[in-house]
Design a protein around this ligand. Structure first.
Ligand SMILES: O=P(O)(O)O[C@H]1O[C@H](CO)[C@@H](O)[C@H]1O
Ligand SMILES: [Mn+2]
Ligand SMILES: [Mn+2]
Length: 391
């Protein structure tokens, strides 16, 4: 075993430039990191820069460094999708060839009426929308009528927004389970149901951290299943447990924010485990990418960067830190949805002797294959390990 512990952190939506097939996704020219760097004055990520960020792509203010501390590169997504589940599943060795259904015209009447009948409340909305804009539009009506706000996006998501003072959280979660069951039917095949509770008054609604995701299980075993079956730890921090619907997870911790996720990751590094600690930091995506807020996105990246030294300090001599992403969400690109991009990979271990480029990896699954290779468990049929390159 080359590394005893691997700490993998997904910076949700931190893409690093359009993929060759971006046009098919309406994402020509997308570059999450590059466009943030162009928009945000004084933007600096000194710790990521030291690890090799500037050597991955051409980013304003991030020159290539002569001797990066870590291995660096970027990875292409081969699955047909640019959503969180598809991205994470590919990282762990799956290639998704049948996309989830999306609902640009809202959900079919049949599904909505089944849902209304089983939950005993009417539905309003039922269209693609930004989660904060739909509250401005329909929150007040929900407060008056007690109807569900249902909305979707360019992703395969059935999102259910409910004011916590009007519809109790427990009822919202129950309704999500009903929606989860109904949307499993083949004719609908929705990737994720998401509870979107909020509070406040008209004009000043605020979503609460009580969001909950109800995903479907990955269609096949992932590298995480193989690690777990081999008796290794797979510690899920943040949304990871939901994204894999608990598959291959030995311990799960939810988080309230990026900072909470970073701190919990540092805590886990301070405990003794053997295997994988897998964190998702979703604020980049949900608070800034979908909100098309490059300034907020940039500041949030700077916040993460400031904790990199602590993350590194939590590593033992035989530990490995990996930073990557699951898709892009260019805050400068038209619309409010994810963007089809390469994702960066930055690797750091105190044991590294001669860090270098890992080049452009053909699939996110190269990462899963590398992790499997490291722990001597079987990989999936996707991806090639680059473990032998890490010197
Ligand atoms: O606009 P909000 O509600 O944040 O929703 C976004 O979050 C969903 C899940 O990540 C995406 O599909 C997108 O719709
Ligand atoms: Mn994501
Ligand atoms: Mn998203």
């Amino acid at each position: 075993m080359r590394f005893e512990r691997i700490c993998l952190i997904v910076l949700d939506s931190v893409g690093i430039g359009e993929l060759p097939d971006a046009k098919q996704f309406g994402d020509s020219g997308a570059h999450t990191l590059g466009h943030i760097a162009e928009k945000v004055n004084g933007f600096a990520l000194p710790n990521l820069q030291r690890m090799g960020l500037g050597s991955i792509a051409d980013i304003k203010g991030f020159p290539a460094t002569d001797s990066p501390e870590g291995y660096y590169g970027k990875m292409a997504e081969v699955s047909v999708g640019k959503d969180t589940m598809t991205g994470h599943w590919e990282l762990m060795g799956l290639r998704i060839t049948t996309p989830f259904n999306v609902f640009p015209d809202g959900f079919p009447e049949k599904l909505i009426s089944q849902f209304e009948q089983e939950t005993g409340r009417k539905v309003i909305g039922n269209k693609p929308a930004s989660g904060t804009e739909i509250l401005d539009e329909l929150g007040e009506e929900q407060m008056k009528t007690g109807a569900w706000i249902v909305y979707t996006s360019a992703d395969s998501v059935f999102q259910l927004a409910a004011h916590e003072d009007i519809i109790p959280l427990e009822e919202l979660y129950r309704a999500c389970k009903i929606a989860r069951r109904l949307t499993m039917q083949d004719e609908f095949a929705v990737g994720r149901v998401i509870a979107r509770p909020y509070l406040g008054e008209p004009g000043a609604f605020k979503r609460t951290p009580n969001r909950h995701d109800y995903a479907v299980k990955p269609p096949a075993p992932t590298v995480m299943n193989h690690l777990k079956d081999a008796g290794l730890d797979v510690i899920a921090i943040g949304k990871i447990n939901d994204i894999f619907d608990g598959e291959g997870v030995t311990k799960a911790t939810s988080t309230k924010s990026n900072l909470d996720g970073i701190q919990k990751t540092i805590e886990v590094l301070g405990s003794s485990f053997k295997g994988l600690a897998f964190t998702n930091l979703v604020d980049f995506d949900s608070l800034f990418g979908h909100r098309r807020d490059p300034e907020g996105y940039g500041r949030s990246l700077e916040e993460f960067d400031a904790y990199v030294p602590q993350l590194k300090a939590g590593l033992g001599p035989k530990d490995l830190l990996i930073l990557t992403a699951d898709h892009g969400n260019d805050p400068v690109h038209p619309g409010t949805d994810h963007t089809r991009e390469y994702v960066p990979i930055l690797l750091y271990s105190p044991s590294f002797q001669s860090p270098a480029s890992l080049g452009v990896r053909g699939t996110f699954s190269d990462l899963g294959a590398t992790i499997a290779d490291n722990f001597g468990v079987s990989a999936t049929d996707q991806g090639e390990s680059f473990l032998h390159l890490l010197k």
